[in-house]
Design a protein around this ligand. Structure first.
Ligand SMILES: C[S@@+](CC[C@H](N)C(=O)[O-])C[C@H]1O[C@@H](n2cnc3c(N)ncnc32)[C@H](O)[C@@H]1O
Ligand code: SF4
Length: 455
């Protein structure tokens, strides 16, 4: 058996800080197949074919932001009101067409996610029209419909338009409440504005309001982090995601680093090192668990059952996701799909398809991957490691046996407690869970299991 430290981590007295050198990637996965070319006839056939999925989602992408935050590389296009309006018109039209196709209407959707970019930058009437377009699809009774974005500019008109058109979950990027940290990161609004607005929105009788925090931002000392964590509780929001800062290539921060600079607050050049960030994660996890919040994944906690996080949970389980918009990703009939980000090409694809013959959504430039034969297994593994508990009885017996030496190495390195059949991740394992997922797929690539998995 071949092992490497990137699969197993290393043995150290403090696995939380030292099991791996660095988080391997934002998400794990394996892909060794080549993209497919789909001709327009096959595209038409896809939409004429009813869904075979047991659970499914819609993902709708809004690739606009008003400002390029220092840490982020999701920025695609500046928010120009005319451009957004034209984009939303096209999206709404495409959703209308899709909802009437056999693929679109053959079974109800469990969850819908409008992500970006910054979808909350849409005007109130655009949010409303998009919400209405979503309602044309068959949706399960307790469907979750999320609108992503930020609090700045998300005024009462937008909030009401969203509520009235069916959105029932709001995911706002806060990143840090600290005003100095925020200014350096290129965020709008100071701490007081955020605290007040979140407290106000969280009073809604049923909608779930969740926020994202990042740990490791320049100027964000441990003291600032503890205040950030306390602010989450004080605002009354229903859920929180804690993300370790990843050095994303193409971000402003990354460019500055290339020149030996740090984009930091005027009064502090502090930036937590990797070990401190591990401690920040531990303090965050313990903070929410001490307040009786429930952990739904390694980075997401909820105050109570109002927050369900259905999209994020199901997306990791490899379900069908119909993608709409430039830069949207999803999965159709088992094929991974990633729409091209180029807005001009995306519009051109729609303009070159005459309305009169449009019975299926326009085929936009996109990358299509062949079905992954082990998708169902990968989903069990990813979901188990992400939630912190992998029940190995859900794996074929031969695969579970084949992976046992790897699980034992993880146990030896303080990342898991393996008491067969349950593999539960320690706090350190949860912090490094993306490395564990990547490491497991690396292990299988280096030590393939050739026997018949069905046995
Ligand atoms: C696609 S962004 C959308 C956020 C929203 N537009 C906003 O302004 O807050 C989703 C989330 O990705 C996370 N994110 C972005 N860049 C990151 C980085 N470099 N490291 C870790 N998380 C990051 C942030 O927490 C952010 O809220
Ligand atoms: S954090 Fe949000 S607003 Fe800032 S660049 Fe990323 S996607 Fe755009």
């Amino acid at each position: 058996m071949q092992f490497t430290p990137t699969m197993t981590g290393i043995n150290s007295p403090d696995p939380l800080q030292h099991a791996f050198k660095v988080k391997s990637a934002p998400h794990a996965g394996r892909s060794n197949s080549r993209p497919l070319t789909l001709d327009s006839q096959q595209w038409q056939q896809w939409w004429q074919q009813p869904s075979q999925a047991t659970q499914r989602a819609l993902y709708i992408h809004l690739p606009f932001c008003r400002k390029r935050c220092s840490f982020c590389n999701f920025f695609e296009n500046g928010t120009n009101p005319e451009k957004v309006s034209r984009y939303v018109d096209t999206l709404v039209e495409q959703l209308r067409i899709a909802a009437d196709t056999p693929l679109g209407n053959s079974r109800a959707f469990d969850t819908v996610y409008v992500g970006g970019g910054t979808p909350t930058d849409m005007q109130a009437d655009e949010i409303f029209r998009l919400g209405e377009a979503i309602q044309r699809f068959k949706l399960v009774d307790d469907v979750e419909i999320t609108l992503e974005g930020r609090l700045n500019g998300f005024d009462d008109d937008k909030w009401q338009a969203a509520n009235q058109s069916g959105f029932n979950r709001f995911s706002f990027g806060v990143q840090s409440f600290d005003t100095d940290v925020r200014i350096a990161a290129g965020r709008f609004d100071d701490k007081t504005v955020l605290l007040n607005r979140l407290a106000e929105l969280s009073q809604h009788p049923s909608a779930s309001v969740v926020i994202d925090l990042i740990f490791g931002l320049p100027g964000q000392t441990m003291d600032v982090w503890q205040q950030d964590l306390q602010a989450v509780i004080d605002t009354g929001v229903h859920g929180v995601d804690l993300y370790q800062l990843i050095g994303l290539s193409g971000s402003r921060m990354d460019h500055a680093k290339g020149k030996g600079k740090v984009i930091a607050p005027a009064n502090s050049q502090y930036q937590a090192d990797s070990q401190t960030r591990a401690n920040m994660y531990a303090i965050g996890a313990n903070h929410f668990e001490a307040h009786n919040w429930q952990r739904l994944s390694s980075c997401h906690w909820r105050r109570d059952a109002r927050e369900r996080s259905i999209y994020n949970t199901l997306a990791k389980s490899g379900i069908e996701i119909l993608p709409f918009g430039a830069g949207a990703g999803g999965s159709i009939h088992g094929h991974g799909c990633m729409n091209g980000r180029d807005l001009k090409q995306w519009h051109q694809a729609h303009n070159s398809t005459p309305d009169t013959v449009q019975t299926v959504p326009a085929q936009v430039p996109q990358m299509i991957m062949p079905p992954n034969p082990s998708a169902a297994l990968d989903a069990v593994i990813k979901r188990g490691l992400d939630t912190g508990l992998l029940d190995t009885r859900l794996l074929p017996a031969k695969l579970a046996k084949h992976l046992t030496p790897l699980f034992e190495q993880w146990q030896h390195n303080g990342l898991t407690d393996f008491s067969s059949p349950l593999l539960s991740l320690t706090l350190a394992g949860r912090f490094w869970n993306v490395n564990l997922q990547t490491g497991l797929f690396e292990f299988l690539a280096a030590n393939p299991l050739k026997q018949d998995l069905a046995a």
